[in-house]
Structures are given as C-alpha cells and as structure tokens.
Design a protein around this ligand. Structure first.
Ligand code: FMN
Length: 199
C-alpha cells in the first residue's frame, strides 16, 4: 500500500511542510512519498498544451505524465495545504487543474455502463489535511468548512470517482499557543494516518 502526500508551500520551514513530514513519519514503514510542489518547481499554469490535452483527452505533457505515474502507483493521496482565501494555494490548484484531466482522471467521450461520464480514479482514496489561520468557530459560522468540503470533496474527489478519506484540520495555526498547535497537529496527523491504515 502506497501513500502519496502532495503539499504546496514556499517555505520548507512552514507548519504545513512540517506536518507533511510528520505524516510521512507516522505512516512509515509503509511506502510513502512526499511531493513538495514548490521544491519540485511544478509549473501550475494551465497552458496551450494542457488545453490541447483537455480537448483530445490525451497527449499529456511530460510533467503531467510524471504526476499520473506517481498517482497510478498510489492507493492513498493526502493533500496537505494551508488555507489561502478559503481555498487551496494556487500552486496546488494548478496541479489539480493540469493533472486531474480528461483522458486520465475521467473520460468525457467514453461513457460508463449507465451512459454517464467515466470516472477513472476508483482505486484511489483522497484525504485532506488543511492548515487554517482562523478558528473552527469562524469556519462554522461562515460555512467555510462546508464550502471546502463541497468544492474539494464533492467537486474534485467525487468527480473523478475516488473514495473520500479523512478530512483533518489544524485551526488557529498562527495563534501564540505552541502547546495547542502541537496538540492540534498531532490529532490531525493521527486522524489521517488512522484513515490510511484502516482503509
Ligand atoms: C495569501 C494568504 C491567504 C490566507 N487566507 C486564509 C483564509 O482564507 N483562511 C484562513 O483560515 N487562513 C488564511 N490564511 C492564513 C494561513 O492559513 C496561515 O498562514 C497558515 O495556516 C499558517 O501555516 P504555514 O506556516 O504552514 O503557512 C492566509 C494566509 C495567506 C498567506
């Protein structure tokens, strides 16, 4: 069983980067790879070549193909990211835009048995670990948590036919409370690790 952790943060010393490493340690000795999109200099811009691939459902760029091979080898995908403007960082969004594409993640021109769009990632369970500056009560009060669950859980995970795994949160990520943050990180990492192991 293999887990691919994908993270996107410009600072290798960030809380987000540290959480991705903590999760790697929690999952080992099972096979686990951390894809740090910033360190790898992944290009998130959906360009003309991506537009062409989208239209023909194939002929993917080499950097996109590389991500497909990584995901093909994984049973679990964990997205670890800071919440920026109630969403994922543009770098991670661009990775989704370019990698979760027609002809690989789904097929618009190859209907399933019921005549619906074919969703190809049934072998993958996708987990989310979100690092948020604001409190859980702020998310609750404004409906932001529901927005993210709908947008990512339903809009991406369900759309490609993957299984929904754990959604874990570290709230108040910048509050002056080291002990509280450490506890929140430990709980979030344990929640995702248990979901990966138990699935
Ligand atoms: C551009 C930007 C946008 C942000 N937007 C949000 C937001 O919408 N909601 C939130 O809870 N925190 C927001 N924050 C705070 C980040 O979530 C916080 O900086 C991060 O969780 C801290 O972890 P890090 O050290 O890994 O970056 C934002 C931060 C930045 C830099």
């Amino acid at each position: 069983m293999k887990t691919l952790i994908v993270t996107a943060h410009p600072d290798p010393e960030s809380l987000t980067a540290g959480i991705a490493e903590q999760l790697r340690t929690a999952l080992e000795p099972a096979e686990v790879e951390v894809a740090d999109l910033a360190a790898e200099d992944f290009d998130p811009r959906f360009g003309a070549a991506d537009r062409h691939s989208y239209r023909v459902g194939g002929e993917f760029s080499p950097d996109v193909l590389r991500e497909h091979r990584r995901l093909d080898a994984a049973d679990h995908l964990v997205l670890v990211f800071p919440v920026w403007w109630w969403s994922m960082p543009a770098l991670l969004k661009g990775w989704v835009d370019r990698v979760f594409v027609n002809g690989w993640a789904f097929d618009v021109s190859a209907p399933d048995a019921e005549g619906g769009m074919r969703r190809n990632l049934g072998g993958l369970t996708i987990h989310l670990l979100l690092v948020a500056g604001d409190s859980a009560s702020t998310y609750e009060r404004h409906g932001y948590e529901q927005v993210l669950e709908t947008q990512i859980g339903h809009g991406i995970v369900d759309y490609v036919g993957a299984r929904r795994g754990a959604t874990a949160w570290v709230h108040d990520s910048e509050r002056d409370d080291d002990a509280g943050r450490r506890k929140a990180v430990e709980e979030a990492v344990a929640q995702v690790a248990a979901a990966v192991r138990g699935a």
